[in-house]
Design a binder for this molecule. Structure first.
Ligand SMILES: *Cc1c(COP(=O)(O)O)cnc(C)c1O
Length: 354
């Protein structure tokens, strides 16, 4: 392991920030002044470097482009009301990153590089964290196989990088969701629990077809019977049913263990709700809807935090929910935002100070 003091840090001469208005930014389009890069070569991580955001030099034979050994994370840095910069639960993303790495036969990234690298990068690009309400700096750590060889085998070399993108309020209107019964996102034994790049590529056709039918996203169901619900698009899913809140459990390995999912479960429990993690079938949901017991549906994820669902379409059945009357999800959304901005106490130690 190389010491942090050996890291090479090259600063830009002139910040691009002067040319950008941090308000009204589209998600993921603008990047901060610096990036972190590290190489895995001959069994060890080396060349840790923070340098100006710039293109990569690669050969067309680069393995990740052909065989998809590529994983990523999504984290956010916020500015507290007192002006201090914090990152929301980055350690959880670090652990999940290495779970994804193991599944994709990629080397683990040491905590010193992932966490300390992220901290230093954010410290250097601090001014890119917007001070505006609901704004944040989206952090994208990722790793890919970087051998220039097209033989099918795990790569010998990998690149780990972190880039930063300032982002405005990721407002999503309450969504209409199509219950997917043709395509499959994940099956037991597969890579559903990994944040693997290919999971996203594989989901795009189903999403495009749902859009053509007038829906915003799909509700993924299990690969065998298309009965048990998994996730909504790239978000975890919750159902307010009767006096409980249900969310699919993680035991099948088909569901991504969201950090927002975990935060939501904890905050709902703190607020006195009973949260049950177990398999949830679409028939059960339809039945509960008919009995007036299914009251709210929402998705959770770092990008949009809590997204309200206003319609579920399952075969001929249309289930509708009133976003104006969704007390559980609205309160959760508000409380989660307040913790991130330092307006509610950080009682679970979720804020990592830069
Ligand atoms: C990233 C992701 C989520 C949400 O995870 P968070 O840690 O809450 O951002 C949910 N589902 C999938 C498939 C994802 O890739």
């Amino acid at each position: 392991m190389i010491a942090t003091s050996d890291w090479k840090i090259t600063r830009i001469e002139r910040s691009k920030l002067q040319d950008i208005n941090l308000e009204h930014l589209p998600f993921g389009k603008y990047f901060s002044d610096h990036m972190l890069e590290a190489d895995f070569i001959d069994g060890a991580w080396k060349n840790v470097e923070i340098k100006p955001y710039q293109p990569l030099l690669m050969e067309p034979s680069m393995a990740a482009l052909h065989y998809g050994q590529a994983i990523f994370e999504g984290v956010k840095a916020y500015r507290l009301q007192n002006g201090k910069a914090v990152i929301f639960r980055p350690k959880d993303n670090f652990h999940r990153f290495n779970v994804s790495a193991a599944r994709m036969q990629m080397p683990a990234v040491p905590e010193a590089i992932f966490m300390e690298g992220m901290r230093q990068l954010i410290a250097i690009d601090q001014s890119w964290i917007p001070s505006l309400h609901d704004h944040s700096l989206y952090i994208r750590p990722f790793m890919f196989s970087s051998d220039h060889v097209i033989g099918v085998r795990p790569s010998d070399t990998y690149k780990f990088m972190i880039i930063l993108s300032p982002t405005g309020p990721y407002y999503v209107a309450p969504m209409r969701i199509y219950v997917e019964e043709k395509y499959t996102r994940a099956a037991p034994g597969g890579v559903g629990y990994a944040k693997a790049a290919g999971n996203y590529g594989a989901a795009m056709l189903a999403t495009a077809e749902a859009r053509k039918k007038g829906y915003d996203q799909v509700l993924w169901t299990d690969a065998f019977e298309h009965r048990f619900v998994q996730e909504i698009g790239t978000m975890n899913v919750f159902f307010v049913m009767g006096d409980k809140v249900l969310t699919p459990d993680l035991s099948s390995g088909t569901i991504l263990a969201g950090v927002t999912r975990d935060s939501a479960i904890t905050m709902l429990q703190d607020a006195g709700h009973e949260v049950v993690e177990r398999p949830v079938s679409i028939d059960e949901l339809a039945d509960a809807y008919d009995r007036g017991q299914l009251k709210e549906v929402f998705g959770t994820g770092t990008a949009a935090t809590i997204s309200l669902i206003r319609e579920l379409k399952f075969k001929e059945k249309v289930m509708q929910f009133d976003p104006e009357n969704a007390p559980v999800s609205s309160q959760l959304k508000q409380d989660l935002a307040a913790v991130k901005e330092g307006l509610l106490p950080d009682s679970h130690g979720w804020l990592f100070h830069v």
